[in-house]
Ligand binder design. Structure first.
Ligand code: UD1
Length: 448
């Protein structure tokens, strides 16, 4: 079968400038920090802009590598992408000539696969690479592909690429996902808004970023709504028009700063915090004993001095929204290293997403793997500076958190992972009084 043959296309990973963070821990963080726009919302909205030939203007877009990569992919397709001011992007997909999303794009950013739905539904065909992305286990896309097939697309997989076509418009249908999938839901919604007829998606992911995407699509003239908590219904339209949309704040970034304030004995006010979307996480933080107060869009965190033994162990389980986000598992694990007693951390969404705890252990955390989905963390640990390596975005930010509370100096390699998804993380920590600097380590590959 063609799909089994090794593909000898000359793809070479582009070298990136490798950087490390040098962090000297032990300082309480104090002050105010403003949360940027949501990565996981902004990337899908940039893709949604390809559904129309009219301009779409997005504000509060985070200045991060994944957004830059998505903008480049859109430009390669033939779309005009303007960046008239920081955090503002304008996309006009009037002259899309290439219906091809290459391996280079997918290797940089798994979210490039979100272009499957919009390009297929508007243009009737696309060739799109099987995505790579974070090293947090197998990241299949079978559910996205099955959804498009159920809507009438013909999709073949050859040489690492999906060749997708539809004869005429895609057809609305009833989609039943066997498991909750965020991007699978979003790809289905993006395809359904220009399909013929009615689509029902069940169970639809309930993440707030999905609803923010729906809000943008409604402004574009799409007939789409969440009709019950886990059902989204779409009545396809013949065409959509341009729109303006302000991206919601990044709840994962907000959670990261909550932990930063909590464990360093600091006093941090988090602005533009999407408190309403952090319920399960803030419940955990409160159970652990951190003093947090939520205003309309601020969170105030008063931490306890490291080693003060005021925090309590608490068992946590990641789950689809509204449960504890898997993306907040790493910061939560760092928080638990400072709590008295043994906490179980159960990861249910991605396999291998606990592997990073091996690096946290190098900082002195007491971590025992119960099995591949569950770790026991015993605290409070006196963390000590060490040399560690980021394996992915969220683990990377959490190693910075560990280093902020550790005694002495840490060097955290693989800083580019964090730059993929956190805007200006170094400056934000510096402004709060952290001792952090980046050091260049020469050229290397992005995936290391
Ligand atoms: C999105 C987020 C990511 C977050 C995750 C879970 C983006 C860009 N990324 O990823 O930050 O950690 O949601 O909240 O929005 N699955 C399949 N087949 C598929 C698709 C998914 O088996 O075709 C499985 C996955 O392996 C995983 C589970 O479904 O076990 C949930 O993954 P999914 O919700 O799809 O995650 P993403 O949308 O990729």
């Amino acid at each position: 079968m063609a799909g089994d043959r090794r593909f000898h296309w000359e793809y070479q990973e582009e070298p990136v400038e490798r950087q490390a963070f040098r962090v000297t821990g032990g300082r309480p963080l104090r002050g105010r920090v403003r949360i940027s726009g949501s990565k996981n919302a902004a990337l899908k909205m940039l893709a949604a802009a390809t559904l129309t030939s009219e301009p779409c203007r997005l504000t509060n877009v985070p200045e991060i590598e994944d957004v830059r990569a998505m903008a480049e992919v859109l430009r390669d397709l033939g779309a005009e992408v303007a960046h008239p001011a920081p955090n503002t992007y304008e996309v006009t997909a009037a002259n899309v000539e290439w219906l091809f999303v290459p391996l280079e794009a997918a290797a940089k950013m798994r979210a490039s696969f979100i272009l499957l739905g919009p390009l297929l539904t508007r243009f009737g065909r696309v060739i799109i690479s099987n995505p790579g992305g974070d090293r947090i286990g197998r990241r299949p896309v079978n559910l996205h592909v099955d959804a498009m097939r159920a809507m009438g697309a013909n999709i073949e997989y050859r040489n690492g690429y999906y060749f997708a076509r539809s004869e005429g418009r895609l057809r609305g249908t009833e989609l039943a996902f066997p498991t909750v999938t965020v991007m699978g839901t979003e790809n289905a919604v993006l395809a359904a808004v220009l399909a013929e007829g009615h689509t029902i998606i069940r169970p639809a992911a309930r993440e707030p970023e999905v609803d923010d995407l729906i809000a943008m699509l409604q402004k574009m003239g799409a007939q789409v709504a969440r009709t019950s908590p886990d059902v989204i219904e779409v009545e396809g339209r013949g065409r959509l028009h341009g729109a303006e949309h302000d991206v919601i704040s990044d709840r994962i970034e907000a959670g990261t700063f909550v932990v930063a304030g909590a464990i360093t004995g600091g006093d941090v006010t988090i602005e533009a915090a999407p408190c309403d979307f952090l319920g399960s996480f803030l419940d955990v933080v409160a159970e652990v004993g951190v003093a947090v107060a939520c205003g309309r869009d601020t969170i105030e965190v008063r931490g306890t001095a490291p080693g003060a033994a005021q925090l309590r162990a608490h068992d946590v389980v990641t789950a689809p929204y509204p449960g504890l986000a898997t993306d907040l598992q790493p910061p939560t694990a760092v928080l638990l290293t400072q709590a008295t007693g043994t906490s179980a951390v159960h990861e249910t969404i991605f396999e291998d997403r606990l592997e990073w705890l091996g690096e946290l252990r190098k900082l002195g955390a007491e971590v025992e793997m119960v099995d591949e989905h569950c770790a026991a963390i015993t605290g409070p640990s006196h963390l000590r500076g060490a040399e560690v390596e980021m394996g992915d975005l969220r683990a990377g930010a959490s190693l910075i958190l560990g280093a902020l509370v550790a005694e002495g100096e840490s060097v955290i390699h693989g800083a580019h992972h964090v730059r993929r998804g956190y805007e200006d993380i170094e400056r934000k920590f510096l402004d709060l009084g952290a001792q952090i600097e980046h050091i260049s380590e020469g050229l290397g590959t992005a995936t290391r």
